[in-house]
Write a protein that binds this ligand. Structure first.
Ligand code: ADP
Ligand code: ZN
Length: 314
């Protein structure tokens, strides 16, 4: 059995775990990201957390998942989105120097895709696309059993593929991106617009919780057959299906795994999305794929990054 450490460098927390080669977590620690003030402090913190979980295990290396642009080949974080002064950081070299172990740095969506493919919901598939529907939409692609990261490691920004020319303004500054219609944030926007015009139980579900209305309330209300919520769910699941159709026509995957906070909506999301996607793809694709919920939950980043070192990819 081989052992490896995975690190997920998130915006709110840095999670580190000792795992076996099957992605089973043996020891896990996490620290708040905002306690680190400089890049040097983050690196010191990462090294300390790796030493904390590894104990006396003979680990083969450390996999690190990071949001933003990552140059995997050279082990450099080009532009993190989550940490102070986190630009052009030669993280691989710095960590290798301090730990004397092989280090691999990957984009977090790519790590997640590999984790779900290797030990999660995509296990046994050949070509798998992982889509995370959360604040935005991210994705990672496994082609013929290999993680596909593109020439520069940027492949998979499927949330910013365009589904409507000159459409809704996206957080990226452009218009009509998939995530401007189908992310959790966009679902909340559409639900709020609908709730301004018509009465809906979504308003009460949100105020009972004392928070502003979000995708969770939308799906909860749809489950209660709230008419407005059902209509919005119909609209946003149409948008998800359009994006999945583009993915299916591009990659011909046998499996699409959907993760991220919005996937927790469960059947209320998956049932219409699967049905609509099957209906709108070209006939030859119709029975070539499955669409399934992610299995690794919050640990997807750490497990994915770690299994990249022990898996076939290594
Ligand atoms: P992040 O984008 O920070 O990675 P998450 O993956 O948790 O965060 O996704 C957050 C999104 O998921 C929010 O839009 C939230 O409303 C939505 N969400 C969380 N739980 C549910 C749920 N049970 N059903 C539908 N949407 C949910
Ligand atoms: Zn965009």
């Amino acid at each position: 059995m081989q052992y490896v450490v995975g690190v997920d460098l998130g915006g709110t927390k840095v999670a580190t775990a000792l795992q076996d080669e099957n992605g089973k977590i043996l020891k896990r620690v996490q620290y708040a990201t905002n306690q680190y003030k400089t890049a040097e402090e983050v690196i010191e913190g990462l090294v300390a957390s790796v030493n904390e979980v590894r104990g006396d295990y003979p680990i083969v290396g450390v996999g690190v998942a990071s949001p933003g642009a990552v140059d995997t080949e050279n082990g450099i974080i080009l532009k993190g989105t989550n940490l102070p002064d986190w630009v052009n950081i030669p993280l691989q070299e710095k960590m290798e120097e301090k730990l004397q172990l092989p280090i691999k740095i990957v984009n977090d969506a790519n790590a997640a895709a590999w984790g779900e493919y290797y030990v999660g919901a995509g296990k046994g598939s050949k070509t798998m696309v992982y889509v995370t529907i959360s604040t935005g939409i991210g994705a990672g692609i496994v082609l013929n059993h290999k993680l596909f990261i593109g020439n520069n490691g940027y492949a998979g920004e499927l949330g910013h593929t365009v589904i409507e020319q000159d459409g809704e303004l996206c957080g990226c500054g452009e218009k009509g991106c998939w995530e401007a219609y189908a992310s959790g944030t966009s679902m909340a926007r559409i639900a709020n617009e609908a709730a301004k015009k018509e009465s809906t139980i979504m308003t009460k579900l949100a105020s009972d919780e004392g928070v502003s209305m979000n995708a969770k309330h939308l799906f909860a209300a749809a489950r209660l057959n709230d008419e407005v919520a059902c209509r919005v769910v119909d609209e946003v699941t149409d948008s998800i299906a359009v994006g999945l159709k583009n993915i299916i026509h591009t990659f011909n995957p046998d499996c699409i795994v959907i993760g991220g906070g919005v996937s927790l909506a469960g059947e209320a999301l998956f049932e219409p999305v699967i049905e609509k996607t099957r209906k709108i793809v070209l006939a030859p694709y119709r029975d070539t794929f499955t669409i399934v919920p992610a299995q690794l939950g919050d640990d997807v980043g750490i497990v994915g990054a770690a299994t990249l070192l022990t898996g076939e990819q290594a």
